[in-house]
Design a protein around this ligand. Structure first.
Ligand code: SAH
Length: 519
């Protein structure tokens, strides 16, 4: 991990004092997907990231593992680090040519004190740049189904701070102008001061029946929106228990929400769903759940690694055409086999007359992606069905290559062997337990949990092993367990996790459909 260099500030050599670059990057309002391409690129090559509490912590994962991460966040009334010290820190961290990313919620220049930071850097002759971000007023409104401007409803938009010095007698806000002529007004930092905001607007002539909304945690899975009019908003917000960060939108555009709400209208909105696939496999499941509005809780229980040695697989790849059947029981197996084929400078012709069996649609899809069509895919994507489908050929003494995980269940190899088949089993990849720290893993599942998804027996076992049996059962009681198929369900039950529903199609889309049907 690159530590800050301890070179003297005014070293005589030119290189030693050459300052790096400070990038003020807007992290966007919360949804990590709303950072800009440039912002993400800066984050990915950062030497140090200095961040606030509003920047989504998931974005920090994008910085290189060795990058230093410094939290300087502020929360209402509680300054983690005074602004002057943040300013100095930025300049100091840039010394020695380091690439500093100053990650800020929303846009750095919209109520983000980015201007002050830049002024200090300019004074110190430290090069800086600004990567704008999607500011909360625009983004939270958009996710609440409220266009901040709309033809025929409003011609102007004001971004206003609702946070004024407490006890200040005279308001410095231009209430007359706001109430008298702005179509849409967005108040930042105004939950506590909402009664005063409403009072001032009405006192300066805005009609009490003007539509208004408060959006809490906009663009995040926990987004909540309270809608009313200036006359009712304070009470509605109090009743809903809205808390910061939240944004107030005042104007006729708020009416559009009743027709345009989309984000919180998604079928799995607000559901926390545990995803326990391997780190590399989790993305499709998590992405799809997210599209459906769920908050995927990524619990990487296993990781796919190469076998201890490629020798056995390479030998098998060298004589593929000698087998009657090449049997693949996972997409990982396919990828591994094809990678070794390529490494040997060969292509699909190496299969010769060998036929190819895939345990299920996911495996068949991976074959297709590699330019190969499976000759056999059993109706149930389980090893038992595959064994049954191959039983006749096994009895005829045919040769089978099984490219599998190191921890694959032995059923297929045993069944084919017992029937008389000549079985060659090679390890195509290893399933490695994530050595997650138990406390961190428990914390991950400690919050509300609506569903737990398991896409293999192994992930069930690993999940239990990592969090412990008691915590696993407790989590399964709080949320519903969804399994990809009968074997995984059996493993769940064996470990005392009762299964709420099992996918009828034993694939990831099948698993998602089952979760969807349950909610
Ligand atoms: N620079 C930020 C604003 C920082 S001020 C930006 O451009 O968005 C902090 C205020 O922003 C909060 O008090 C709240 O009013 C608003 N805010 C930030 N993120 C928000 C979110 N996800 N949902 C609603 N309001 C948010």
């Amino acid at each position: 991990m690159p530590k800050p260099t301890s070179r003297p500030a005014r070293a005589s050599g030119r290189a030693a004092s050459a300052p790096g670059l400070v990038s003020l990057v807007g992290a966007g309002p919360g949804d990590p997907g709303l950072i800009t391409v440039r912002g993400l690129e800066r984050l990915r090559r950062a030497d140090v990231v200095i961040y606030d509490h509003l920047a989504n912590p998931r974005l920090l994962d994008e910085a290189p593992p060795g990058a230093e991460r410094i939290y300087v966040g502020k929360q209402a009334g509680r300054h983690a680090l005074p602004q002057e010290e943040i300013n100095r820190l930025l300049a100091k961290q840039a010394a020695g040519g380091r690439r500093v990313v100053r990650l800020k919620g929303g846009d750095p220049f919209v109520f983000g004190r980015g201007g002050e930071e830049c002024l200090h850097l300019a004074e110190q002759h430290v090069p800086f740049e600004v990567v704008p971000g999607v500011t909360a007023a625009i983004a939270a409104s958009a996710y609440a189904g409220i266009p901040v401007t709309h033809r025929g409803l409003t011609t102007s938009l004001a971004l206003v701070t609702g946070h004024e010095e407490p006890g200040k007698e005279e308001s410095t806000l231009p209430w007359q102008a706001l109430a008298g002529g702005i179509g849409t007004i967005a108040f930042y930092m105004g939950v506590k001061t909402l009664p005063r905001i409403v009072e001032q607007l009405v006192a300066h002539g805005l009609a009490p029946d003007t539509p208004a909304a408060v959006i809490e945690r906009g663009t995040l899975p926990g987004q909540r929106t309270a809608v009313g009019t200036l006359a009712t908003l304070v009470e509605t917000v109090a009743r809903a228990g809205i808390r910061p960060p939240a944004l107030t939108i005042v104007g006729r555009v708020v009416e559009l929400r009743s027709r345009l709400a989309w984000f919180d209208a998604r079928p799995l909105f607000g559901r926390r769903v545990l995803v326990t696939r391997s780190r590399t496999q989790a993305s499709t499941l998590a992405e799809r759940l997210e599209e459906l509005g769920a908050e995927p809780v990524l619990f990487p229980t296993v990781r796919i690694e190469p076998p201890a040695s490629w020798a056995a697989l390479d030998r098998a790849v060298g004589r593929l055409a000698e087998f009657d059947w090449v049997v693949l029981s996972s997409a990982n197996g396919v990828e591994s086999l094809l990678a070794r084929l390529r490494a040997a400078g060969k292509d699909a012709r190496a299969f010769g007359g060998a036929r190819i069996a895939a345990v299920g649609p996911g495996t068949a899809e991976a074959l297709r992606a590699g330019g190969l069509a499976a000759d056999l895919v059993p109706r149930d994507a389980v090893a038992e069905s595959l064994a049954a489908a191959l039983a006749d050929d096994a009895r005829a003494g045919k040769g089978f290559l099984l490219a599998q995980a190191d921890r694959a269940r032995p059923v297929l190899a045993e069944a084919l062997g017992r029937a008389g088949g000549k079985v060659t089993r090679v390890v195509a990849y290893r399933i490695v337990l994530e050595r997650g720290d138990r406390a961190a893993a428990r914390k991950l599942i400690a919050g509300p949990l609506d569903a737990l998804t398991f896409a293999s027996s192994q992930t069930v076992r690993n999940f239990v092993q990592i969090v412990g049996l008691k915590a696993a059962r407790e989590a399964a009681r709080r949320g519903s367990v969804f399994s990809i198929g009968p074997i995984t369900s059996a493993t769940c039950r064996e470990l005392g996790l009762s299964v709420a529903a099992e996918a009828s199609e034993h694939t990831i889309p099948g698993l998602i459909a089952t979760v969807l049907a349950a909610f």
